[in-house]
Write a protein that binds this ligand. Structure first.
Ligand SMILES: Nc1ncnc2c1ncn2[C@@H]1O[C@H](COP(=O)(O)OP(=O)(O)O)[C@@H](O)[C@H]1O
Ligand SMILES: N[C@@H](CCC(=O)OP(=O)(O)O)C(=O)O
Length: 366
């Protein structure tokens, strides 16, 4: 597996990247789509394409486009309203991208994904093959979360973590997250005393900073989900740049804008990082001390015999927290069985397939 770019000077010649543009950059103060920003973004990316760089664009903005075309006076706040606006807006958004990129003789393809599509093993492989094919055909994949399935517990909500997963999926050389603030700051950017952080070599440096939620009423997740996305991507060996949409051209030219998060790991198991950092848990398994010891010694699946309690309702494959007798989080994993069957087999020896398979589990104390 290759190692991510060592520094910014290599950005202009990197063959493949993922760029994500957030709702905050694509939305005007009245909640509608910022057409001018979308045009500048597409034109700047077309220049990178003409230099033989290939990329996937993860674009928010479906809700904003829907708000405008439905004549709504503001962005809806309820889930169904957001979904309706998104379903109308996604087609408008793609029409705009299509027109803009086609003007540069570039074809685009729409990719709507849920978190499920990038974590379940067979879906993950399919998404990877499809994206690879688009890229080798010279088509620009434009990715958004499939908001129509927004009620699912596996919904992300923000597009930052989706972009990190896509970067891993296509084996990108770097990930570029565009937002409405020019960099990561040591605290909320509007607060006096907050300073710009140009470089993060190790994620532990972030402990002293205050990184919070969204800056406008349109974004989701704020800087916190960008940092999670950077944590995931850098652990995959993919350096990450966070800067404003206005800085896109300069960032692609390798100029020192925004925050550069250096790659810390090698390309590793995306599902494991997903399970550890990003999946929203649907329930809990409480274990006895023997089961905790078995998991912590490494290489063992969790068997139902060591489970003392099952909390919540979940299906096989849903993310769950695995808790020790002291109440501490031991591991996170994907359930091997649904909650009802697990409840019936908790504490029973020889109950068949594991409650959580070792390949679907990440120890959290290491
Ligand atoms: N430490 C920080 N550094 C930079 N921005 C921060 C920080 N803490 C919170 N933020 C806020 O995060 C916002 C960006 O996130 P968000 O609104 O979700 O954007 P997007 O829609 O682009 O994903 C910024 O506008 C900023 O106000
Ligand atoms: N999928 C939604 C956007 C989700 C969202 O706002 O994400 P983000 O841009 O990360 O704050 C849309 O296209 O409107």
């Amino acid at each position: 597996m290759k190692w991510g770019l060592a520094n910014r000077s290599l950005v202009p010649s990197a063959p493949k990247f993922v760029v994500k543009v957030g709702s905050s950059s694509l939305t005007l103060p009245d909640g509608t789509l910022n057409h001018e920003q979308l045009n500048i973004l597409s034109d700047t990316l077309a220049e990178a394409y003409s230099r033989d760089q290939r990329f996937a664009l993860v674009s928010s903005g479906a809700v904003a486009a829907g708000v405008g075309s439905l004549g709504m006076t503001s962005r809806p706040t309820d889930m169904a309203g957001l979904q309706a606006a998104s379903m109308v807006g996604q087609t408008k958004l793609m029409a705009e991208y299509s027109e803009r990129f086609n003007a540069h003789n570039i074809s685009i393809g729409q990719v709507l994904l849920t978190a499920d599509d990038v974590i379940r093993r067979n879906h993950y492989r399919n998404a990877r093959l499809a994206l690879d094919r688009l890229l080798t055909m010279g088509i620009v994949p434009i990715v958004n979360e499939n908001d129509a399935v927004a009620t699912s517990e596996l919904r992300l909500g923000d597009n930052d973590r989706l972009a990190a997963l896509i970067a891993h999926l296509i084996d990108a050389d770097f990930l570029l997250l565009l937002t409405d603030v020019d960099a990561l700051y040591s605290g909320p950017p509007k607060e006096p005393g907050s300073r710009r952080i140009p470089f993060v070599g190790d994620m532990s440096e972030l402990q002293n900073y205050s990184i919070t939620g969204r800056g406008s009423s349109f974004g989701t997740g704020g800087m916190a989900t960008k940092v999670t996305a950077a944590r995931m991507a850098t652990a995959f060996g993919i350096p990450t740049i966070v800067t404003s949409a206005d800085n896109l051209g300069r960032a692609l030219a390798g100029e020192p804008v925004g925050t550069w998060f250096a790659a810390t790991g090698t390309k590793s198991n995306a599902r494991a990082l997903w399970i550890a950092h990003a999946a929203q848990s649907s329930g809990q398994l409480r274990l006895d001390a023997g089961a905790v010891a078995a998991l912590e010694s490494g290489g063992n699946s969790l068997l139902a015999v060591g489970v003392t309690d099952v909390v919540g309702t979940f299906d096989p494959g849903d993310p769950i927290d695995i808790i020790g007798p002291d109440g501490n989080l031991v591991a996170r994993g994907l359930a091997g069985w649904d909650s009802e069957r697990l409840r019936a087999s908790a504490g029973v020896a020889g109950a068949g397939r594991p409650a959580v398979h070792v390949d679907d589990m990440v120890l959290m104390r290491h």
